[in-house]
Ligand binder design. Sequence first.
Ligand code: N0T
Length: 560
Amino acid sequence: SGVFLSFLANAQEKPRLQKKGTATQLVVDQKPFLILGGELGNSSASSFQDIERDFPKLQKMGLNTVLVPAYWDLIEQEEGKFDFSLIDKAIDQARKNDLKVVFLWFGAWKNSMSCYAPLWFKKDYKKYPRAYSKAGKPMEIASSFSENVLNADNKAFGELMKHIASVDQSQGTVVMIQVENEIGMLEGARDYSKEANTIFNAQVSANLIQFLTKNKKELHPSLSEKWGKQGFKTKGNWQEIFGNDLYTDELFTAYSYAQYVEKLAKTARSIHNIPLYVNAAMNSRNRQPGEYPAGGPLAHLIDIWHAGAPSIDMISPDLYDGEFTTWSSKYKLHNNPLFVPEIKMTQNNGVQAFYAFGEHDAIGYSPFSIENNSEAGSKRLSEAYSKLKELMPVLAKYQGQGQSKGLLFDQKNPERIINFDDLKITARHFFSLPWDPRAKDGSVWPEGGGLILRLTKDEYIIAGSGIVVEFEKENEKKEVQAKDLGEDGFAAQGGKSQAQNSWNGGKRAGIGPVDEISIDGNGKFKYVRRLNGDQTHQGRHVRIGVDDFQILHVKLYEYQ
Ligand code: N0T
């Protein structure tokens, strides 16, 4: 049986990424997997009791994955002595609660700072030097230019990976690793230590220039513009090649962090080869490099990160500033899949998750400090996640072919028009229908959102919460929308009625059956109930109220 067991162990394929059209899928237990996640607050995985208390709650909330810090200071309190009991506890509790785990390596840097470095490391600042501000002030930020820093960090990280390999080789509970946390330089855009200054004033590495030259046509527009202003020079120091400004300092910082991270990534790959990513604090609110963590794995620095850290699979945004559609789209790039490891916890997380998967074929979505979710927030999220769990096999099948769109609406952006085939599909916030008192009484609209998936030319899945969708042929000329009518479909008041619609001939799109469905683990649709009459505005639209999440299966037809 030993032979048989080892066969089984080898047959367990490790979590991995695979390309499908324009999408990148995370494959877990041999199947494409969407991370319906949540990240623990920073200190919540530092005690057995907390882990035991919180993980069952997370399962109830509908998560399938939890993002858990792995703290260097607790793993290696004494130099060279490693303690993985908290890691084991998290893995054990995850298995008991049917959760997958992403470990976050809080190593040399956490939000730029080195607060998670063990005390023996912090105290020995001669051996483990700091980054310096422009004024020459040493900071609580380990220098990325120090071999000693790298070796100490890399050694502990390697031990962590060895430990994970030894306990998880045959199970695949740990699905990804985040290397460090929100790397980036603060107070200024770069380190001004002696080592850093020397490299800053020396020739830019030939490897970097080669990479940028080879990928010149596909560079991020902000980099290509900056480099272009200097005439795409290929020889010189950082300022000669990229110009003399703060953003050049930032490029330099990014490349140094990326090269450092590459060493850790290689260590991980050689021990236990599962997907690796780095996360970034955003350059939002008009801040300059150094006001936000400079040189982190930000979209405008993606090429620098790719050049320095080719073993990292993706750069992932931590989103705390709202405007989810704007910020998420910056990170779904031709060369980067979207994974949202952190997002501010709000009542809108559920609809945002739908949007991320529907619009960007996201790998996952994960609100921060998830164990502290309010009761109302937990309820919304668990409803959303349970529907997304059902949708998972269907989304996986259609990912990467441009068959789905995300919907996300609020008061300011209540509408989106989508074209598939010869259809014009108008999707709106549910409160664009003036029928619900909350639409007009001054209440702040909850975000409405979901996804629309084209199964075939006349068959769609519409899922989410708080949305209303109308179908018409592109060449149809409709002057009165359902929202102009009363809830009964009759003119709400004199003056605007369907009778005003002019007609230019041609075919019209009709709504056939609209069924609420559930979906089984193999992606098979199961009828729950037929929605018709008042629930489709007598065949005028398809909708999901703001208080529920639903999956609807819609068949269309055409008539003349
Ligand atoms: C995040 C988290 C945690 C409205 C902050 C976000 C986590 C780290 N940093 O709670 O510390 O470990 O990755 C920084 C952006 C906050 C902006 C808030 C503005």
